[in-house]
Design a protein around this ligand. Structure first.
Ligand SMILES: Nc1ncnc2c1ncn2[C@@H]1O[C@H](COP(=O)(O)OP(=O)(O)OP(=O)(O)O)[C@@H](O)[C@H]1O
Ligand SMILES: [Zn+2]
Length: 721
């Protein structure tokens, strides 16, 4: 009898042993269906020596039910799943679940009927049939799609099927993707670009793990350069994964990719329809999806022959997942490349300090692009000290910024105003009694959105309409908006530049690929004079007529005491500044601030990137912060405040005593209430040498938590709320 260990998709159960019935063949990586009580459960066959399971006597083992018709997961992917679970202290099954991310794909393909011309051409034809014969040449699709292509009714086409002019063919429900052409439109690279691209292609040819940091100034052509690496991997018939930090950037990427390779890449993100998801998943697992571009979840898919990973805008915080398995896709991408023995390129104009440090240490090979493409120079950056040059009363844009915007409008050039705050105003209060609108589920103010005429919580999504009277004192028309959000800045622009054509770019307004596409096209054509946006417009875009960038409130990101606040502020402002003057006309950047002397702002104004990185590196070294030390967080939450507090205290009470580990807390989290759950945190700061994960596992493993309590471990946290 053959006995196998199966990682079942239930975090509480882990791995279970089963019997392989007569005539069934499985190997490590096979995806199977197994009985569990009266139910059935999906699982993955695993090496028994790598996963512990309860020892069940052979006579008690139940038989596997079915092997699913998908390729077994490669050894390299199984090692990645184990590594991720181990490093982030997550259940192995929770990580493995991200791999099998399409339920319907696991059932295998099905077939469907499509239609095409038979080649029969009778002498006499109705005009409609003649038109169909003409237009359907070389087409194969459903009757409905053919009727659209031919411009005739479905009835006409069905008649043609009856007459033997069109025939049915049975095909796989998931159509193959069109093939990319590595030589479709090869650009002429500058000497510097060619050198960088050469390093990538060379490493692809010689094979093996090779991590690169593609560190190029904004507008230097990083995309063009890694496209050459993609072309080389395509020529080798390998698959390529490109990770982008947010879906808003994919639209732009798709167009550029299609220009270069003739066809769009395969998309992967959380809002794919289930049929698209199945099609993509199967093509990825079978190896017919050549280039996959996606958000972080694309990282765990079962590529048949992955040859290259690119992480674009690799510094972006959104690569860190903050629920479920709390992994950092940038870091795991490098680990995946190591297991797959392939190159990985992290591209950024403002690399994370952690990445810089690894490059410094020689772990990553640093590839620099020091100049902008086409002779464009980096924009000049100046600060506006809001204490010395304040905006008019009730306004947010300083006179100098407004004057420059006027000049741009007169010259037919574009301005971009950046403020990383959605909505109209971050706080609404009653002028009469001081009542403030707060979220009932979170420790947060409600943000007024005039666009949708709602008050909304940006943490849990709670919304209410804006009342006409104060809910506390009943005074009518007494609500005042405090502080600006982008919508308020848009109102101000409409007042000061009434003739300007403006675009408001936030996740509230640009929430579909179509809308993003329309915005990008309009901005490129010069149909927009002023863009007002959140971090959504800070990166990736290339608008030739954009010559002025105004940062409305540079101090915003520095509040809050987040460990990476300085770095994030630097990156955001450097990125948005990088949108200015990318073509022939020079760009100018004005940063509004109350603290022009703050090191981050001073380094930005001086254009001195090294000064910023040096100062930040020293500060981190001193604080034992990453990359010199490590942080982890334990977040205890419950709908019952006392239960959350007591559990957190119990955990704190049994803190391990370890010379290389300092434990802070428990304390109420800054977001002490989030989505109706009370939250307490413990923060752990460890030396690099400490076995941090083992210590945490041992510490928390000794507890049996009440069922209403969640205890989450966040290794290398990015969010400190
Ligand atoms: N060799 C080249 N030939 C033609 N056009 C190029 C070349 N290199 C760069 N470009 C163009 O220059 C512009 C900037 O390039 P790209 O967007 O790749 O820069 P980037 O380094 O990714 O910038 P950012 O980090 O600011 O997003 C693009 O419009 C790109 O098409
Ligand atoms: Zn809320």
């Amino acid at each position: 009898m053959e006995r196998v260990r199966v990682l079942v998709f239930n975090a509480a159960l882990g791995a279970l042993d089963y019997r392989v019935p007569e005539g069934m063949a499985v190997e490590p990586g096979s995806v199977v269906v197994a009985p569990l009580g009266p139910r059935q459960i999906v699982g993955i066959v695993w090496e028994a020596e790598r996963l512990a399971a309860k020892d069940v006597p052979a006579s008690k083992l139940r038989a596997l039910l079915e092997v699913l018709p998908v390729p077994p997961l490669h050894t390299s992917l199984r090692r990645l799943i184990e590594w991720t679970a181990d490093y982030y202290c997550a259940p192995v099954s929770a990580v493995a679940r991200m791999t099998l991310a399409s339920g319907s794909a696991l059932k295998g393909g099905g077939t469907t009927t499509e239609y095409r011309l038979t080649g029969e051409e009778p002498a006499r034809l109705t005009p409609q049939r003649a038109q169909a014969l003409d237009l359907l040449h070389g087409e194969q699709a459903t009757i409905r799609e053919l009727s659209e292509i031919a411009g005739v009714s479905e009835g006409v086409l069905r008649g043609m099927v009856g007459a033997g002019l069109i025939e049915p063919v049975t095909v796989d429900i998931d159509r193959p993707y069109p093939r990319a052409d590595a030589s479709f439109a090869v650009p002429e690279l500058t000497a510097g670009q060619a050198e960088a691209a050469g390093l990538f292609t060379q490493s692809l040819r010689s094979g093996g793990f090779a991590p690169f940091l593609l560190d190029g100034v904004t507008g230097s052509g990083k995309t063009e350069v890694y496209f050459e690496a993609i072309a080389e991997a395509l020529r080798q018939d390998r698959q390529i994964l490109v990770l982008l930090p947010e879906i808003a950037l994919t639209e732009n990427f798709l167009r550029r990719f299609e220009h270069r390779f003739g066809v769009p890449p395969v998309l992967w993100h959380s809002s794919l329809k289930s049929t698209e998801r199945r099609r993509a998943w199967r093509a990825i697992a079978e190896g017919t999806a050549e280039v996959v571009v996606g958000a972080r979840s694309a990282l765990f898919l079962p590529y048949a022959r992955l040859g290259l990973i690119v992480v674009d805008e690799a510094h972006e915080v959104s690569f860190k997942q903050d629920d479920g398995v709390r992994y950092n896709a940038r870091d795991v991408a490098v680990i995946r490349a190591r297991f797959e023995e392939i190159p990985v390129v992290l591209a950024s104009a403002t690399p994370a300090l952690e990445s810089m440090q690894l490059a410094e240490a020689g772990v990553y090979r640093r590839v620099e692009l020091a100049d902008r493409f086409g002779g464009a120079s980096l924009p000049g950056i100046d600060t506006i000290d809001l204490r010395a040059e304040p905006p008019e009363r009730g306004r947010w844009l300083a006179p100098r910024l407004v004057e420059e915007m006027h000049k741009r409008l007169a010259r037919g050039e574009q301005s971009l105003l950046f403020l990383n705050r959605r909505g109209y105003a971050p706080l609404t209060l009653c002028r009469n009694c001081g009542y403030r609108f707060q979220c009932p589920n979170c420790t947060a103010w409600l943000v007024e959105h005039r666009f949708s005429q709602r008050l909304a919580c940006h943490h849990c999504g709670h919304e209410t309409s804006v009342p006409e009277t104060c809910p506390e004192c009943g005074t009518p028309d007494c609500l005042v908006a405090c502080g600006p959000g982008v919508e308020r800045i848009a109102d101000e622009v409409a007042e000061i530049l009434p003739e300007a054509r403006t675009a408001l770019v936030t996740s509230d307004t640009l929430n579909t690929p179509e809308r993003i596409g329309e915005f990008v096209a309009a901005a490129e054509e010069g149909a927009i004079d002023v863009i007002i946006g959140t971090q959504l417009v800070t990166k990736g875009y290339h608008f030739p007529e954009l010559t002025l960038v105004g940062v409305v409130d540079a101090d915003l990101g520095l509040e809050g005491g987040d460990l990476r606040a300085g770095e994030r502020t630097y990156q955001q402002i450097a990125q948005v500044a990088g949108r200015a003057g990318r073509a022939s006309k020079p760009g100018e950047v004005l940063i509004q601030t109350r603290h022009p002397e703050a090191p981050v702002i001073a380094a930005l104004a001086a254009g001195d990137r090294d000064a910023f990185y040096d100062a930040e590196t020293e500060a981190r070294r001193h604080a034992g912060a990453p990359p010199f030390g490590r942080w982890a967080a334990i977040i205890v939450s419950s709908e019952d405040e006392a239960e959350a507090r007591d559990t957190a205290r119990a955990i704190g009470g049994r803190r391990p005593n370890h010379p290389d580990i300092a434990i802070l807390g428990p304390a109420p989290a800054p977001m002490a209430l989030l989505r109706n759950r009370y939250r307490y945190r413990l923060l752990i700061n460890a030396r690099r040498s400490a076995e941090l994960q083992d210590v945490i596992r041992e510490w928390l493993g000794a507890f049996d938590f009440p069922p209403g309590v969640r205890v989450n471990i966040d290794i290398d946290p990015y969010s400190f709320v």
